[in-house]
Design a protein around this ligand. Structure first.
Ligand code: PEP
Ligand code: MG
Length: 323
């Protein structure tokens, strides 16, 4: 089996009937790029930039960040690297950036909410990203977007920093895609509106499931509610993907669900364009895709979304369709 997977390292990611998708890797530092490439990643679908901040004793400078992003895009050699702007807060904090004590950190001051408030930090990160964009295929996405206004505000700051750099004569790429994480149910419900502004969506199921089920993703007592195949979650995912396609945009997924072998047939059927996962799951997933018929998976997904009532029913349906 391992040998079969190895042969797929340089292969495209296609279903049995020839539907092509992209299989990417999630990374935390530029050092992870080697592992991504070795495991056949066609992209980096999520670079969790907060690790640059967490592995430091003070805010990383523009220069330090520039070097890290440049190393990542160069390492991927022309393949797309989606860098997510800092997602601090929730369960991740910084010793040198004291955040307020909050009753509900997962519902509080986190991610883009901090970036829009602390524009000094945000602008430094955007400048570093813009400068690195010249050295490869870099895309940017904002975490925890809940409203159209948040996306527009973040994008406007990006445009301001871009214009400044251009004026300074510093080379920046002219086609940086700017997208957003889809991980808040309110955003998923207005995906059609957001798709007019965002170049792409990346579904963060770890948070999307937590917020949809109102169940803390780290709390063992309520972990039974972490149900990626629940029809409620599948409906949100379908809404997001369909909305992006209507606007000619694409949707990826970078939550754990993207590499889940029961979820993959459903996601293929729902029309997901990019699956981003831990590097070690890529070849296994490429091998699975080869065995799936995309038209049949569309039928599976439609039944799961329209007819099923429970996670268990969906799992049984997947088993039947992939036998
Ligand atoms: C997610 O929420 O699914 C996601 C990929 O982001 P993180 O796990 O870093 O919150
Ligand atoms: Mg998240």
């Amino acid at each position: 089996q391992k040998a079969e997977w190895q042969q797929l390292k340089d292969a495209r990611s296609v279903s049995k009937d020839g539907k092509q998708v992209i299989l990417g890797a999630n990374i935390g530092t530029p050092k992870d790029v080697t592992g991504a490439v070795d495991n056949g990643a066609e992209a980096v679908g999520l670079f969790r930039s907060e690790f640059l901040y967490m592995d430091a004793s003070e805010l990383p400078t523009e220069e330090e960040q520039f070097k890290a992003y440049k190393e990542a895009v160069e390492g991927m050699d022309g393949k797309q690297v989606v860098v997510r702007t800092m997602d601090i807060g929730g369960d991740k904090d910084l010793p040198y950036l004291p955040l307020p004590e909050e009753e509900n950190p997962f519902l509080g001051y986190r991610a883009i909410r901090i970036s829009l408030d602390r524009q000094d930090i945000f602008r430094t990160q955007l400048r570093a990203l813009l400068r690195a964009s010249h050295y490869g295929r870099l895309a940017i996405m904002f975490p925890m977007i809940a409203t159209v206004k948040e996306f527009k505000d973040a994008k406007a700051i990006f445009e301001e920093e871009k214009a400044k750099l251009v004026k300074e004569g510093i080379p920046v790429s002219d086609d940086i895609e700017v997208g957003m994480m889809m991980e808040i149910p309110a955003a998923a419900m207005i995906a059609d509106k957001l798709a007019k502004y965002a170049d792409f969506f990346s579904i963060g199921t770890n948070d999307l499931i937590q917020y949809s089920m109102a169940a803390d993703r780290g709390n063992e007592r309520v972990s039974y509610l972490y149900q990626p195949y629940n029809p409620s979650i599948l409906r949100l995912i379908k809404n997001i993907i369909d909305a992006s396609h209507k606007e000619g945009k694409w949707t990826g997924m970078c939550g754990e669900m993207a590499g889940d072998q029961v979820a993959v047939p459903l996601l293929l059927g729902l029309g997901l364009d990019e699956f981003s996962m831990s590097a070690t799951s890529i070849l296994k997933t490429r091998s699975l895709l080869k065995k799936l018929d995309s038209v049949k998976m569309q039928e599976l997904a439609q039944k799961a979304v329209e007819d099923c009532e429970t996670t268990e029913e969906v799992e049984a349906l997947v088993a039947e369709y992939t036998k």
